[in-house]
Design a protein around this ligand. Structure first.
Ligand code: CMP
Length: 151
């Protein structure tokens, strides 16, 4: 496995529940280091652009509504196999299916209100990181070069 970078979002429900610190601590304890971090309130256009791949899905409107309902924390996480590792730490999309000890099992309410987002593959990680961060906003921790994804 190699050092990877992945985009993580703490969604409006996670921010409202005051669990930003707990979530970041779970990433750090399991080998993922934040190398960029920003809190923002997404505009409708930003959320629609980010989730454009889902724009034909029946839940798209609900997803955009939710993601613009309050502030989010955008992060780039770096570490060994960061993409799959982040997904394991998050747990299944539906919290009812998520393993014990995962972020979604601990904090999420439903498939829609599910506390965190994580990129699902190297190509999407590179695109999602570049959507929110310029290269110079990344502060590599592993010695890997400043690119959206070194893998
Ligand atoms: P995320 O990883 O951010 O990427 C797409 C999101 O769509 C997903 O998390 C869920 O929050 C959301 N989603 C997927 N399925 C449903 C659904 N059936 N109803 C509402 N939201 C959904």
């Amino acid at each position: 496995m190699s050092i990877q970078r992945t985009l993580s979002i703490i969604k409006p429900d996670g921010v409202k529940k005051n669990v930003i610190g707990k979530i970041v601590a779970m990433f750090e304890a399991q080998g993922l280091s934040p190398i960029a971090m920003r809190m923002t309130h997404l505009s409708r256009a930003e959320a629609e652009g980010f989730y454009a791949v889902h724009n034909k899905r029946p839940f798209f409107g609900e997803l955009v509504e939710f993601m613009t309902s309050g502030p989010v924390v955008l992060m780039v996480l770096e570490g060994e196999g960061a993409i799959d590792r982040n997904r394991a730490i998050m747990g299944a999309t539906d919290p009812a299916q998520a393993d014990d000890g995962t972020i979604r099992k601990l904090f999420a309410e439903s498939k829609g209100t599910n506390t965190v987002h994580g990129s699902d593959a190297p190509e999407t990680a590179a695109a999602e990181i570049a959507y929110f961060f310029r290269g110079l906003e990344l502060s590599p921790r592993s010695g890997a070069p400043i690119t959206a994804n070194p893998s």
